[in-house]
Design a protein around this ligand. Structure first.
Ligand SMILES: O=C(O)CCC(=O)C(=O)O
Ligand SMILES: [Fe+2]
Length: 546
């Protein structure tokens, strides 16, 4: 039917464009002082934090993928035409415009979601659409291998108990002058994860799909790839991306661009999927170095990570975030995975920020599992009324230099010390933002800015689990030759004799203190990353340390 072209984007190829890295670095390092400066300027601790942030920037995971499929035997599209039916065949000679016009006769103008309604506004979206009840395609995203490729590219960072399911959503036709301005794809379910667009082979120019503002992430010119250069064999060109990414379709200049769009949902298969998952030893090591610092929240506390992507949440006030069922995307999943490997309990939360008080100070952060749409300003009283005690936690953010105004005793308990490793993406203020433009209006789910919170035990218990006195880290890493993993057990210097020295330190607390002596970039710090490698069975979905 259709076979995978060699042009599929591949995992190893992904190298985030410099401007993408730069903008992530900027958002991590140039936020408010509350989030960015946790230790004294120039201190070894601040340098270790900056190393950790840099390792996130160095490990940007792809948020889209693409490929081509040669149409080497019949790929047809059938559509209802009253009590009759029509068919377009994409094999061999290009489909004729007159046949496409017959299909357009049964289509309707495409609407989109704006604010609280679905609107038809041809200054924002000019295209035709056909609902799934009106057509059928022989093309199968599963047997063609497209779904596997997308899963490998976009879901490779999650647990093996998650998989992707594709639901055909619409057929769209873009004729000369048709376009779709920037929007995100409306989350229809909590599990909505990514979007897949297949461009069927027709002769046209223009209609590029841009990802990110003005194509800052990618610019797909599918029109130029519709027929294989030498043999003229027709090709289905596809792109998949996380649905919360801004995207647009540029005007088609000539001809007709026909697309099938699929919503890709997270599913939990009975059998865990077998493809090897990516592990992130560099980032996990950097996080491990960081949490070993004795001066990091010695009495325990929270590490906060602003998530890079948005996730569907129910928009009703009072909704529990426990309904958040989706998998995390790309770097967000990487961070969760690294925390879990280091034995940290990690959860996704809604963040509420109170603006600084009129007489100064920093903004105040609160985390909860409960969604509330209200502007709390800086009035703690109102916040307290809205949440029951157990529903919200106040984060006293560790900063250097210390905050101007000492924290007052919170009237809402509990209160916990916290440090932002990466600041909340856009510092959600007052209320969760409703998406302005979606491809469909939805009242069921909206995208919310969420945060990842890792619970850091007190120093004395940090590396203690199940009462064992083992050094803390055991990291599964990938082998170059594809798939089979090695279990990498970090020791302080990578040799057994040093491990013995560690044992002398009697308590787990003393172990935790050792590594910080090396300093940023010092031999000590580097050396301790040199792992003692013990080869074992592939433990693919990361065992936590023992
Ligand atoms: O046709 C495309 O490339 C993307 C279409 C799209 O963004 C949508 O239908 O929501
Ligand atoms: Fe879209």
């Amino acid at each position: 039917m259709a076979s995978q072209d060699s042009e599929d984007s591949s995992q190893e190829d992904y190298d985030a464009p410099e401007h993408v890295r730069q903008s992530i670095l900027d958002s991590i390092t140039h936020g408010s002082s509350t989030c960015c400066q946790a230790f004294e300027d120039g201190s070894q601790e601040q340098a270790t934090l900056e190393d950790l942030r840099q390792s996130i920037v160095d490990t940007i995971t792809p948020n889209y993928c693409h490929g081509g499929l040669l149409v080497d035997s019949s790929v047809s599209l059938f559509y209802k035409k009253g009590s009759d039916a029509g068919c377009l065949n994409f094999e061999g000679e290009p489909v004729k415009d007159e046949d496409i016009l017959k299909l357009i006769e049964v289509c309707e103008p495409a609407t989109f979601g704006r604010g609280n309604e679905d609107v038809l506004d041809e200054s924002y979206r000019k295209a035709w659409k056909l609902d799934v009840s009106q057509f059928a395609s022989q093309f199968d995203v599963v047997t063609s291998g497209v779904l596997d490729t997308v899963q490998e590219q976009l879901l490779l960072y999650e647990s093996s108990t998650k998989t992707l399911e594709a639901y055909l959503y619409k057929l769209n036709i873009y004729g000369p002058g048709s376009f779709f301005k920037p929007h995100v794809d409306t989350p229809r379910e909590a599990e909505m994860f990514a979007t897949l667009v297949l461009v069927l082979p027709t002769v046209h120019t223009g209609g590029n799909l841009l990802l990110g503002e003005n194509g800052s992430i990618a610019d797909f010119n599918s029109a130029d790839q519709m027929y294989e250069a030498e043999t003229k064999t027709p090709k289905i060109v596809w792109a998949a991306f996380y649905s919360d990414i801004d995207h647009e379709v540029l005007p088609v200049e000539a001809g007709y661009r026909i697309t099938l769009t699929y919503n890709l949902y997270i599913a939990s298969p009975a059998e865990p999927r077998s493809c090897p998952l990516r592990t992130f030893p560099e980032f996990t090591n950097a996080l491990g170095d960081f949490i070993k610092m004795p001066s990091l929240l010695p009495d325990g506390g929270l590490l906060g990570f602003g998530l890079m992507y948005k996730y569907p949440i129910e928009p009703h006030t009072g909704t529990k975030l426990t309904t958040f069922a989706g998998a995390l995307k790309g770097n967000d999943a990487m961070i969760r995975k690294a925390c879990e490997k280091l034995g940290l309990e990690v959860t996704v939360k809604v963040l509420y920020t109170q603006s600084p008080r009129w007489d100064g100070g920093d903004e105040d952060h609160w985390i909860s599992d409960v969604v509330q749409h209200e502007n709390f300003g800086w009035e703690e009283d109102r916040l307290r009324k809205r949440f029951r005690e157990a529903e919200i936690e106040r984060m006293i953010t560790v900063t250097a230099p210390p905050q101007k105004y000492p924290e007052e005793e919170s009237q809402v308990s509990p209160t916990v010390q916290a440090l932002w490793v990466t600041p909340p993406a856009r510092m959600v203020k007052h209320q969760l933002e409703l998406q302005a433009y979606g491809n469909e209006h939805s009242i069921t789910y909206i995208y919310g800015d969420l945060v990842l919170i890792a619970k850091l035990p007190p120093l004395k218990d940090r590396f203690k689990e199940s009462g064992e006195e083992e050094p803390p880290l055991e990291i599964v890493t990938e082998e170059e030759d594809g798939g089979k993993s090695l279990k990498r057990k970090l020791t302080e210097s990578g040799v057994d004799s040093d491990e013995d020295q560690l044992e002398e330190g009697s308590g787990s607390g003393s172990k935790a203190q050792l590594p910080s002596e090396g300093g940023k970039g010092s031999d000590g710090a580097r050396e301790h990353k040199q792992a003692r490698i013990c080869e074992e069975e592939d433990g693919s979905e990361g065992e936590k340390h023992k």
